[in-house]
Every structure is written in structure tokens, then in C-alpha cells.
Design a protein around this ligand. Structure first.
Ligand code: MRU
Length: 347
């Protein structure tokens, strides 16, 4: 498939392999995992990031936990693994795909014969989650690109590509599909302070695929829109509440407010594994706050004076009323409401 070469998460030679996203684009290195606690730490430390990719890595983490528990504890493994699963689920709080994937494998594990090796069946389930995510991204790419008039320019935020998913990407999947079809001719990417997912990862992916990309500072987005340079803002999500409120990388809300002010359309692209119908509204979504150092230090260099503090929420909530379209693999919800979201999820 065109524009679909990169895989951040892979099951290889009985191990989980992750591209270390902390050091891209200066170095492209893979890390191997055979222990669930190391997988949980890799998720917390952002070796792997992006809601669907976190969920898939966690699913393979459950496979590793089951393997090790079965070897150590024999037929007690279904009890002793519970602590491992709790640690995995706590690795990052906002992306619901993490709990969704762990719970899905935990349900399968709970129904198994305790004396049988759990690895083959759990590995099949993890591989299925991975394959389903890639397939969903291709479907969403087609659906989302279909909403965009030929020759449009778009702005995206954070990294929502192959690195953030099983492959291809959510918002970046729409951008890949739209570029291939001619709907999209130009891509602007917010650098995405403080972790620079846009500058380091989105730009890397698009350069790998030879799709032209122009970076902007996050603060330049409203001025870009004012100048009529983009027709759509296209983003992913870490969790969408039952009413269509969207949690995504900090800065998404500002982009949505600016888009509405300037008459620019705002599209959210996310698989149904990101939709949390048990969470009523965006205010109920837990927002991760990370270390102050991520803001006070840039690379190896401290940029703020000693004594300055920092507030570092890494996600924000965009209210449903600012969203023109939510694109999922089950269809497009325009101007989301509780009823429309429930209808789409029931398909
Ligand atoms: O902190 P990160 O890099 O894990 O945040 C990622 C995002 O906010 C993405 O936009 C979101 O997970 C959707 S990725 C398909």
C-alpha cells in the first residue's frame, strides 16, 4: 500500500519491538522487550506514544506477562497476572486505548483453562488488535479524505501517524490518503511543544514518504488560518467522550477555537477503540500532567531560569461544538452529539 512503510510496534522473534521515539529523527533505533514492567515503563517514558500504539504495545505486554507468569506460577497465573495488568493500565492515564486493549486481553485470559499455555491465544488476540487498527486507519483515511475538496491545504497537530498507531495513522492517515488522491496538496504541521511530536515525528514520517511538509510554531496556527492558508485542521484523539468532546495533545483546543473563528473546518480522526462511551463529557476525562522539566529544559539545555516553575498538562479538551466531523472506521459523525455518537457506536 502506498505511503504505508513505517511500523513503530512489532512482534518479532517472540519479543515486542518498539522504535525508540524519544530519539527520532536524529537516531532510528529499535528496543526489544520481554518483560511487562519494562513495557509499562516504555509507555510512561514515551518510547512508544500515541493512543492506538500505546494500546497495541500494551496488548503485547499482556502476552509477555502471561508467558512469564505461566512459567513462574503455573496454573496460578490468572491470579498473579492481575498486578501486572494494573501496572500496565496505569502507565498513562488519558489514552483510553490502553485500558481498552488490556481489558480485552484480560477478559480472554480470565476465560482460559489455567493449566494450558496462555501465550498462543493471547498473542493471536494482540495481533488481531494490531491488524484491526491498521485496517481501521485505511478506512478512516478514505472516509476523511472524501470530506476534503481537491487541492486543499491542511494543518495537523502532534503526531498521529504510523508512529502513533499500528500503522498508517489516524489524522496522518487521512493526510496520506488525501495526498495520494489529490484532495490535499499542502501540509502544515504544528511543532507541538514541549515534546515536539510535530517537528520530530510528523515531519520525519512525511519526509520518509516524500510528502511535502511545512512546520510552524504552535503559536503561528491562528495567523496561518487568518491568511487563508489552510481549509482544514485534522487531528487525532486520545479519548472521545460519549457527547463527542475530544481529548488530544495540548494545543488542540487552541487550534479548534482559532479554526472556528476563521471559518476553517476541524476534523478529528480516531478509531472506535478511542471512544469511551462510559465517560459522559470531556470534563470527566483524566488529563495527564507531566514533569515541569519537559518545559523548563529543551533538549539537554535548560532554557528557563532556576526558580521558574512550569505547568505541563499534556492534553486538553476540545468541546464537541467546535468539531465539524469525527471520522471513525464505522463512519463519519458530523457536528457530534450524544445521540449521533451512540448511533455510530451501535453500527
Ligand atoms: O503524548 P502523546 O505523544 O502520546 O500524545 C499523542 C496524541 O495526542 C495524539 O494526537 C493521539 O494519541 C492520537 S494518535 C493517533
Amino acid at each position: 500500500m502506498k505511503f504505508d512503510k513505517i511500523r513503530a510496534v512489532e512482534w518479532r522473534d517472540d519479543h515486542l519491538q518498539l522504535i525508540d521515539q524519544r530519539i527520532l529523527p536524529s537516531r532510528h533505533e529499535n528496543l526489544c522487550f520481554d518483560n511487562v514492567y519494562e513495557v509499562a515503563k516504555a509507555i510512561t517514558d514515551m518510547v512508544v506514544r500515541g493512543a492506538p500504539a500505546i494500546g497495541i504495545a500494551a496488548a503485547y505486554g499482556v502476552v509477555l506477562a502471561a508467558r512469564n507468569r505461566f512459567r513462574q506460577d503455573g496454573s496460578d497465573w490468572q491470579k498473579t497476572i492481575l498486578k501486572d495488568l494494573e501496572t500496565l493500565k496505569a502507565a498513562r492515564p488519558t489514552a483510553v486505548n490502553l485500558a481498552w486493549a488490556v481489558d480485552r486481553l484480560a477478559t480472554i485470559a480470565a476465560g482460559m483453562d489455567p493449566s494450558t499455555d496462555p501465550e498462543p491465544a493471547l498473542l493471536d488476540a494482540a495481533k488481531q488488535i494490531h491488524a484491526d487498527d491498521i485496517a481501521a486507519n485505511h478506512t478512516m483515511g478514505r472516509l476523511g479524505a472524501g470530506l476534503i475538496a481537491p487541492g486543499s491545504a491542511v494543518l495537523t497537530h502532534c503526531n498521529t501517524g504510523a508512529l502513533a498507531t499500528g500503522g498508517y495513522g489516524t489524522a496522518l492517515g487521512v493526510i496520506r490518503a488525501g495526498y495520494a488522491s489529490g484532495a490535499i496538496k499542502e501540509v502544515y504541521a504544528d511543532e507541538t511543544r514541549p515534546w515536539l511530536q510535530g517537528a520530530r515525528l510528523t515531519a520525519w514520517e512525511l519526509v520518509q514518504e516524500k510528502i511535502p511538509v511545512t512546520l510552524i510554531a504552535d503559536g503561528a496556527a491562528a495567523f496561518l488560518m487568518k491568511q487563508g492558508k489552510v481549509q482544514w485542521v485534522i487531528v487525532g484523539s486520545d479519548r472521545i467522550a460519549a457527547n463527542g468532546d475530544v481529548a488530544n495533545k495540548i494545543g488542540t483546543y487552541s487550534a479548534a477555537v482559532a479554526a472556528r473563528h476563521h471559518g476553517v473546518k476541524f476534523m478529528v480522526v480516531a478509531p472506535t477503540s478511542t471512544i469511551d462511551m462510559a465517560t459522559a463529557t470531556g470534563t470527566d476525562i483524566p488529563i495527564e500532567t507531566r514533569e515541569q522539566e519537559e518545559l523548563l529544559v529543551c533538549g539537554d539545555k535548560r532554557v528557563a531560569p532556576e526558580g521558574a516553575g512550569a505547568w505541563n498538562p499534556v492534553f486538553d479538551i476540545t468541546p464537541a461544538e467546535l468539531v465539524d466531523a469525527i471520522v471513525t472506521e464505522r463512519g463519519v459523525v458530523e457536528h457530534p452529539t450524544v445521540e449521533k455518537m451512540a448511533g455510530m457506536m451501535a453500527k
